[in-house]
Design a protein around this ligand. Structure first.
Ligand code: COA
Length: 139
């Protein structure tokens, strides 16, 4: 089992994994071109776990120079509760820290109970009660 940086060629396998995983919300940005742009803008930060050539876990990681932003943390069903998500998170935070980014955020869907359980269990992570998130989209 190996953690490595995600590369553009991983897109098809990752998309298939994301599509069949409840709790992951896919967006236009998950298509190939925006996915590649995201990787190029955040080199070496997004990670996956591979076992015998199969992708079994992923985490997209970006930053804006001040804060890190984590998306699409997932571990395929049979591989859960073996510490893979925690390992991806530790590695991602270490890579962000090397870039001088020491604070990160993750947005968790309220109807994703496993995700909420995972994030509530993480030492050093706290649910924000002082912030509501507003979003917009421009074409
Ligand atoms: C959330 C998810 C990524 C966790 O992956 P994982 O590899 O199973 O998590 P870990 O093994 O690293 O868990 C670390 C700790 O988090 C907590 N935890 C993880 N999953 C949990 C669950 N389903 N219920 C309760 N606690 C949980 C536990 O404290 C666990 O430690 P323990 O196993 O020693 O008790 C996985 O369940 C998943 O892919 N869910 C579907 C996709 C999703 O919702 N992603 C989140 C997007 S924000």
């Amino acid at each position: 089992m190996q953690i490595r940086a995600i590369i553009p060629d991983d897109h098809a396998a990752l998309l298939a994994l994301w599509q069949r995983t409840p709790g992951i919300q896919l967006r236009a940005e998950d298509q190939y071109e925006p996915f590649c742009r995201y990787l190029a803008r955040n080199p070496g930060l997004s990670l996956l776990v591979e076992s015998e050539g199969e992708i079994v876990a992923s985490l997209l990681v970006g930053h804006d120079g001040r804060r890190g932003y984590l998306q699409h943390l997932l571990v395929d069903g049979p591989w859960r509760r073996q510490g893979l998500a925690r390992a991806l998170l530790d590695e991602a935070l270490a890579r962000l820290a090397e870039l001088g980014v020491h604070k990160s955020h993750v947005f968790v869907l309220r109807d994703a109970p496993e995700a909420l359980a995972f994030w509530c269990a993480q030492v050093g992570w706290g649910e924000r009660e002082d912030i509501d998130v507003f979003s917009t989209r421009s074409e």
